[in-house]
Design a protein around this ligand. Sequence first.
Ligand code: BEZ
Length: 210
Amino acid sequence: MTLRLGDTAPDFSATSTEGEIRFHDWLGDSWAILFSHPKDFTPVCTTELGAVARLKPEFDKRGVKVLGLSVDGVSDHEGWSRDIEATQGVALNFPLIADKDRAIATAYDMLDPTAEATQTVRSVFVIDPAKKIRLTLTYPASTGRDFGEILRAIDSLQLTSSKSVATPANWRKGDDVIILASLNDEQARERFPDGWRADRPYLRYVPDPS
Ligand code: BEZ
């Protein structure tokens, strides 16, 4: 079954490098990212896990829990963690799920149809406090992800969840945002009494309200 934006993230129980995780309980009222890796002891994955560990304070600042997944077992994960720390200069600081029976990879449609049967694609799911899937990304095994872009997208999701705005191309926190096209000018004036800059009637910018 394909998971779509707005679907509830499937619940699961799993073994991880930080013990047993019951996913929905572990999420609590937080945002989260769940991201998969094709295989332990592989080069691109090693750099990705180091990159996420380095960015963990940025995820924490946004109230976003971080959960990795790979289809190998916990003892492999533990050995690989030592390599990650030695080569990337940072220790794993979030749980890495051991999805040996691929139950979670199957539920989240993470298995790579172009690779050996056990391998997952590089999936990312951003999940909100209501446990809804808010963003998905799928990268092939050969292309490492840009986790700065995932943080940028989370900034947009968190802002646009609470204000009647959308974020333009290449937006970064602090840049001007766009008033939702679904608000007419009268409704927009109630929300944005200081007014806006309109490049077109449908293209109305206001300062970042966050
Ligand atoms: C890697 O992480 O480098 C990788 C993993 C699986 C297939 C190709 C590359």
